[in-house]
Design a protein around this ligand. Structure first.
Ligand SMILES: Cc1cc2nc3c(=O)[nH]c(=O)nc-3n(C[C@H](O)[C@H](O)[C@H](O)COP(=O)(O)O)c2cc1C
Ligand code: SF4
Length: 461
């Protein structure tokens, strides 16, 4: 199985070992033999697509940067990695930091960038330390800094620590955060290639995207384009979590069947249970049903065909005993908490969705709640400054669409068994509290209420 990034070479994270195995040869080749535009053309031809979630073609993105040196230009490397279920970039920091550094320098050369900023989420202390040491080593060995290899090209690289906000992974919020401002996404246009960090032309790429670049230069774009699915070629670092025997990060070609990823690499579902649901690319991606999983290929086009997408390839596996409502409440709570609050549909809509989901869980759901949730989600989707709104809306809309009977079951059960509407009153009368030894009232409340739904709603809200 081809490995582009997570190669099985011992101590590959040491600069001497990396150099011994051909490390920095791509950078040398680029600086000696290639013009910046040749590099962009090569990356375009390879059909490399961004690994940060949106799958945008990398070479095309690089070509948006203005030519010439009128203004300083910047490359931002996105290692924020805060989406639940995504944990693959830290594997690159730990196991192959120099290939990512080399890829960033090549990208900076291709776009004429003056400086590279690597933004890493604040909680990643271990990997921040590794990256600071690795960048220092690259300087020591002459791969970074002034006049690299006597080529006349100079670039500096800085590691920047985030403060643990998911929104700072969004490219324009990241730029604000880097500038020392609050991590608010910016309205686009203007796009970063025109007005980016400090108002200068800027490109933002994911860590994994950049780590692919040296091998594209070394082996040629045709080689890369021939791996996996032609429309979305290369390998992906699949981060597999949830109910599997061997969770972890596995580098596998795009287009690999999902069940092969789960059964062969992740050791199968815990206890051999059937799958209930799989989220294929980090928590914001619409989920797959068991039937969809059986035939699904793991590339963006195949996933798009069932309304999902590859995202960050963070695969979350859930077995048949999973409570889908609990999962959706947890995911929605995350986006509600992380919404920066700038746009009304996202700020208010996330809260609405969470409250309605919670009332279904409490047994107080109404049948119309499911369509209400879909409608709130659809009113968030596409109506916000950044894609966090979509990230919050998609799981709600698609999980309800694909697993509607699970939600209906809760609502139906809620109709029949509405226990204990007044917990405080019941507790006061319980023997534990020793206030009233006569527990008949408590028992009565526990059994059934016998109120209409409207009366219950009035009691509850
Ligand atoms: C709320 C939100 C969070 C994001 N978090 C990340 C992240 O942690 N890492 C990342 O690479 N991209 C993240 N993205 C996507 C970035 O905005 C951007 O598209 C990406 O870094 C571009 O890199 P690529 O073209 O190499 O994929 C996020 C987007 C949104 C809307
Ligand atoms: S969509 Fe949400 S996170 Fe994004 S800018 Fe609007 S309020 Fe902030």
């Amino acid at each position: 199985m081809v490995k582009i990034i997570l190669k099985d070479i011992p101590d590959f994270d040491k600069i001497d070992v990396y150099e011994k195995h051909g490390g920095f040869s791509a950078l040398k080749k680029v600086l000696k033999d290639m013009k910046p535009d040749d590099v962009i053309e090569t990356v375009k031809k390879s059909n490399l697509r961004g690994r940060g979630g949106a799958c945008f073609p990398t070479g095309l993105k690089w070509s948006f940067m203005p030519k010439g040196n009128e203004k300083p230009k910047y490359l931002l490397c996105n290692g924020d990695e805060s989406e639940p279920g995504s944990f693959k970039d830290r594997e690159i920091f730990e196991k192959n930091p120099f290939q990512f550094i080399e890829g960033s320098i090549i990208a900076a050369y291709a776009m004429g960038c003056k400086a590279i900023y690597c933004y890493i989420r604040g909680e990643y202390w271990k990997w921040i330390n590794i990256m600071e040491e690795s960048v220092a080593k690259a300087y020591e060995k002459g791969h970074l800094g002034n006049n690299i290899y006597g080529s006349g090209f100079s670039v500096d690289m800085y590691i920047y620590k985030g403060a643990g906000a998911y929104i700072c992974g969004e490219e324009s919020a990241l730029m604000n955060s880097l500038e020392g401002k609050r991590g608010y996404p910016r309205v686009k246009p203007p796009f970063p290639a025109a007005v980016g960090a400090w108002g200068m032309p800027t490109t933002i790429n994911n860590i994994e995207t950049l780590a692919n670049v040296p091998e594209i230069i070394n082996n040629g774009p045709e080689w890369f384009a021939s791996i996996g699915e032609p429309k979305h070629p290369g390998t992906l670092l699949f981060g597999i979590s949830g109910h599997v025997n061997k969770p972890g990060v596995y580098e596998l070609p795009t287009g690999i069947p999902l069940m092969e990823v789960i059964d062969k690499y992740a050791g199968g579902v815990l206890g051999g249970k059937p799958i209930k649901m799989v989220i294929p690319g980090g928590s914001s991606m619409p989920p797959l049903t068991r039937e969809e999983c059986l035939t699904m290929k793991m590339d963006n086009e195949s996933l798009k065909a069932v309304g999902s997408a590859i995202g960050t390839a963070g695969v979350m596996v859930m077995d048949e005993d999973t409570d889908i409502l609990d999962v959706l409440i947890r995911i929605t709570k995350f986006y509600y908490h992380e919404s920066c609050g700038q746009c009304t549909p996202c700020r208010e809509g996330c809260g609405w969705m969470l409250r309605v989901l919670k009332r279904i869980k409490e047994g107080l759901g109404r049948h119309e709640d499911l369509d209400l949730l879909i409608s709130v989600a659809e009113n968030i989707e596409g109506n916000t400054i950044c894609a966090l709104g979509d990230a919050a809306a998609w799981p709600v809309k698609w999980t309800i669409r694909k697993f509607r009977p699970d939600f209906e079951k809760y609502i139906k059960e809620g109709e029949v068994v509405l226990t204990n509407p007044n917990k405080v009153h019941a507790l006061r009368n319980s023997p534990e509290y020793n206030l009233n030894t006569d527990t008949s009232e408590y028992k009565e409340v526990e059994v059934r209420i016998g109120k209409t739904r409207e009366e219950v709603d009035e009691l509850r809200y």
